[in-house]
Write a new protein. Structure first.
Lengths: 495, 449
């Protein structure tokens, strides 16, 4: 038995392949821009030049990585440790790759461009640009939306879906990118689910783009917003976000598609396999998700009523706010400043919660919340009658001690990361605590704009070091903490 | 192909690795949390945790549209019921493993029987081990003997002796019999498919494929080993019993050692021609006393890994010409070879082979894997529109690394020459390396015109 090869060499090939996949997306964005330009919607053909200049760099990077890992045998096992390194490397390198067109095309500083690209791939939607319409050409705006879409469902999932037979290495990478909370019944093959999930994702996105187009957006806006909505990202083509279109029907449609994206895609998979809609109602996570949507919409409607006058308008604003906050999308239709403190507090609560596990949204995930709440209740009952055996169940299946511990540890790590990052951001930039808190909550929950920082809906005022720090905050939140933290442990590297 | 594997113990895990390497879609059913966790961590397969014979669990695993269901739990009855249940749910084919002594006479002692209780195939890996050991003992030093195409042809692995008259000569000038070919050569641990210009060297191991009579005729020219006339067997379990029975029917003198007096008593009653000895197979005094060193072949086939290894090493030191052992942990295979055990067989690899053989797809059916996956023997049906149909082998540019070993025609099995025409309806038995597989299979697919 020889000694096992170094970790960074083992992961070079899969990382290189994913970089090539992302570069292909860049090329497709360029082609789409050319198409839209020919159709008369984009300014000039030359606008797509930054994409054409960046793509060869992406290809070079990808090929270099493949070359670097050339000595590793094809059947080298990619274990969990390798997978963590691979996935963190992928998300960091995608940030670099995604920033290239912005640096070349808009003269953006590297830190701001990296922030923007990471915000894109992690579907956060926080922007470093104060003036999007004035700074970015149409192809670059489209590229931001494409980054959302590629990262929204998971770039590793895309990789596994288009390259079947990646085997257990692909499965491990997939698990590192999208940790699941608990699975019962059939735990399906990753190479099979990934294909189905991507098809659903593509279907939802196409439906969304077409709906936007039918409701009056032009091709460019519909495509960019559709990709952004499907990924529950939040990048818009306008500084005033969706509010710029002043179209109530559009806002209803956006809210609907955001909420669709916040559902566990694993449920869609099971529904497609079993052809039973009951699957939805049987899932406690889904029922809780719907309950949160209804109750918070109701409360917000009541709170918004004095501001908007009629019930329907208040309801529209309320549902939109719930959708964008709960699924951590980050589209806006009006200014936060006008809302009462209670409404803002509820939005922050929804930021924390996030959508369902296995969805495109960020935050802590409804499933974890449900498990934590049930575990807490069980603990309370146990304190009264210690002899009674307490079992925490989810969808009629007992939640194992290992899962409970995992969820509890997740909760701790989430809060601890928040405290550390708030302190660092406040320390580096000397901003007020609420601003630092708002920014950190925004990146950790992959929310994007939220009602806190610096008055404006963007991160342009933060310093370069703070932007890089916040970028890693987004990756931390997107990969749900453990994967990123695992890479920091010596065991992953020393073998 | 969709395959459901019920029970993932040692054999199950080996089966999983092989199935996934062949790109089948696999779902696993198992009751044991640690097995489930292991599979979850190491394979990309679907997993259902639950009792393997429960209809609901099997339905969850997708048995209704499974092409093959394999039952490999530790309980024979569970396996049979699981296979029956799967079939009743709509699975196209179901096979089950049995291990108990009560099933030792399965298939008339062959260890394999189709159609038991409605299950497509039931196999007893321990008896299959005995069968292969008997073949090996009765051969001129074969390391493996595998039957293909309903026993019409066989694959034999032989070491090339320094004194062999075939050594160091060009293959095409050896004048080998018409009905066999040298399919593959293992040299310094690497397997390759030889061409006519290649040379066999002493120390090589060769895979011969073809009709049994033809292979029997050349065996003694390749090795310097004689057919075993005296055989010692350590362990009177299912394998030991089956092996003793098979060999004693082939005019071989068999000595069977078991440490349990009651078992030995019963074996002696059932096997009149066999000398049954009560004692420990690792006891040097006992071995000397009964002149084990005069044996040509010793088979250590107990359930205990250490006993088998020790008995094998001891026999080898005493001067027994060939030593075979059963290994239960398949990862030890290579190590056993290194320390001088000639033949190492495992019931788990037997089970694996049965599963692989039962994986039918429209075109290809895998028969066996050689050299730990370095080559594979597959069976391909020649369809009327296949590119290769109606052509001779000379007309087809077959990739290097693949070779047609036999054609099963309506009239019988032939080992083809370059001038034989491959007709629609024939079944070709092909030995191929994994690299050559796709290029080889291309010839059997429907042409574009």
């Amino acid at each position: 038995m020889g000694s096992s090869p170094a970790t960074h060499r083992v992961v070079a090939r899969p990382v290189g392949m994913v970089v090539l996949v992302a570069t292909a997306a860049m090329v497709l964005t360029g082609l789409a821009s050319v198409g839209l330009s020919v159709a008369g919607e984009h300014g000039s053909l030359l606008d797509a030049l930054p994409l054409w200049l960046s793509a060869p760099l992406g290809v070079l990077l990808g090929l270099f990585l493949l070359y670097w890992g050339r000595d590793i045998p094809r059947d080298q096992a990619i274990d969990r440790g390798h997978a963590s390194v691979a996935v963190v490397a992928i998300w960091t390198l995608l940030g670099v790759l995604g920033s290239l067109p912005l640096i070349i095309g808009a003269g953006t500083g590297p830190a701001a461009a990296f922030f923007e690209a990471v915000s894109g791939f992690t579907a956060t939607g926080a922007t470093a640009y104060g003036d999007i319409e004035g700074t970015l050409s149409h192809p670059l705006v489209l590229w931001r939306a494409v980054m959302h879409w590629v990262g929204g469902m998971g770039v590793v999932l895309l990789f596994v879906a288009i390259l079947p037979n990646v085997g257990v290495g692909g499965k491990n990478m997939f698990k590192s990118e999208m940790p699941s909370v608990q699975q019962g019944g059939l735990r399906p093959r990753v190479s099979e689910t990934s294909g189905v999930i991507w098809r659903v994702y593509v279907g939802v996105t196409i439906a969304c783009v077409l709906t936007y187009r039918l409701l009056g957006m032009d091709g460019h806006d519909a495509l960019a917003h559709g990709l952004s909505t499907g990924a529950t990202g939040g990048f818009s083509t306008r500084d005033a976000s969706l509010g710029a279109f002043e179209n109530p029907a559009l806002e209803w449609a956006a809210a609907f598609f955001m909420l669709v994206g916040g559902v566990n895609y694993g449920l869609y998979y099971v529904v497609i396999r079993t052809r039973k809609l009951r699957v939805f109602t049987r899932s406690l996570e889904f029922r809780t998700y719907v309950a949160i949507i209804f109750s918070f919409s109701l409360i917000l409607t009541l709170l918004f009523l004095p501001l908007h006058g009629d019930v329907l308008t208040a309801l529209r604003y309320a549902v939109f706010r719930v959708a964008t906050s709960l699924t951590s999308t980050g589209f806006g239709i009006d200014d936060h400043a006008v809302y009462p403190g209670l409404a803002l507090a509820l939005m922050v609560v929804m930021n924390f919660v996030g959508g369902c596990a296995g969805s495109t949204s960020g935050g802590m995930k409804v499933a974890r919340l449900v498990i934590l709440a049930k575990a807490a209740a069980a603990q309370v009952r146990k304190s009264i009658r210690p002899a009674v055996v307490q079992v925490v169940r989810l969808d009629h299946r007992p939640v194992s001690k290992a899962v409970l511990l995992d969820v509890a540890a997740f909760f701790f790590v989430y809060l601890a990361s928040m405290v550390v990052l708030v302190a660092l951001v406040a320390g580096i930039d000397g901003v007020p605590l609420p601003t630092a808190f708002g920014a950190v909550l925004s990146v950790l929950s992959n929310m994007g704009p939220n009602p806190f920082y610096l008055g404006a809906d963007n991160f342009s005022a933060f310093s370069a070091p703070a932007k890089v720090l916040l970028s890693f905050g987004m990756i931390l939140g997107r990969l749900e903490f453990f994967t990123v933290l695992a890479v920091l442990t010596p065991e992953v590297w020393r073998r | 192909m969709r395959v459901v594997v019920v029970g993932v113990g040692r054999a199950g895990r080996g089966v999983l690795a092989t199935l996934l390497a062949q790109h089948h879609l696999v779902t696993v059913v198992d009751n044991d949390p640690s097995s489930v966790a292991f599979v979850e961590e190491h394979f990309d397969v679907g997993i259902v945790a639950g009792y393997g014979a429960n209809p609901k669990v099997l339905a969850d695993a997708g048995c209704a549209d499974a092409d093959l269901v394999v039952a490999l739990t530790d309980q024979d009855e569970t396996n049979l019921v699981a296979a029956q249940t799967a079939l009743s749910l709509g699975a196209r084919r179901a096979i089950a493993r049995v291990q108990g002594e009560g099933w030792a006479d399965l298939g008339g002692g062959d260890g394999i029987q189709p159609g038991v209780l409605g299950v497509n195939l039931v196999f007893h890996p321990r008896v299959l081990v005995a069968r292969e050991m008997a073949r090996v003992a009765r051969s001129h030093g074969a390391l493996e003997v595998i039957d293909l195409a309903e026993d019409a042809i066989e694959v034999v692995k032989l070491p090339v002796a320094g004194s062999s008259r075939y050594a160091s000569k060009v293959l095409s000038r050896l004048g080998l019999p018409r009905d066999m070919i040298v399919g593959a050569v293992v040299r310094d641990g690497e397997l390759f498919v030889p061409g006519g210009a290649d040379v066999l060297l002493p120390g090589d191991e060769v895979y011969l494929l073809g009709r049994r009579e033809a292979i029997d005729a050349v065996q003694e020219h390749i090795t310097d080993v004689a057919v075993a006339g005296r055989v010692a067997i350590v362990g009177g379990g299912v394998t030991g019993f089956a092996l003793a029975r098979m060999l004693s029917g082939m005019d071989t003198r068999v000595m069977l050692i078991d440490k349990d007096p009651d078992v030995a008593e019963r074996l002696a009653e059932e096997l009149p021609k066999v000398t049954v000895i009560v004692g420990d197979g690792t006891d040097l005094e006992l071995m000397r006393e009964h002149r084990v060193e005069d044996c040509d072949f010793l088979a250590a086939v107990t359930e205990d890994e250490e006993v088998n290894l020790l008995a094998g090493l001891l026999a080898s030191k005493l001067g027994v010409k060939r030593v075979a052992t059963v290994v239960h942990r398949t990862e030890f295979h290579a190590i056993y070879h290194q320390i001088g055990i000639d033949v190492v067989l495992s019931p788990h690899t037997m089970a694996e082979e049965q599963v692989v053989r039962n994986c039918r797809d429209e075109l290809v059916r895998s028969l066996t894997v050689l050299g730990g996956g370095a080559a594979e023997v597959v069976e391909l049906v020649v369809g009327p529109q296949a590119r290769i149909a109606g052509k001779t082998l000379m007309q087809v540019r077959f990739p290097r690394g693949a070779i047609v070993c036999a054609l099963v025609k309506g009239t019988g099995v032939v080992v083809p020459r370059g001038s034989d025409i491959i007709e629609p309806g024939d079944t070709a038995v092909v030995l191929t390396t994994p690299e050559a597989f796709d290029a080889m299979a291309w010839h059997f697919k429907k042409g574009l015109f």
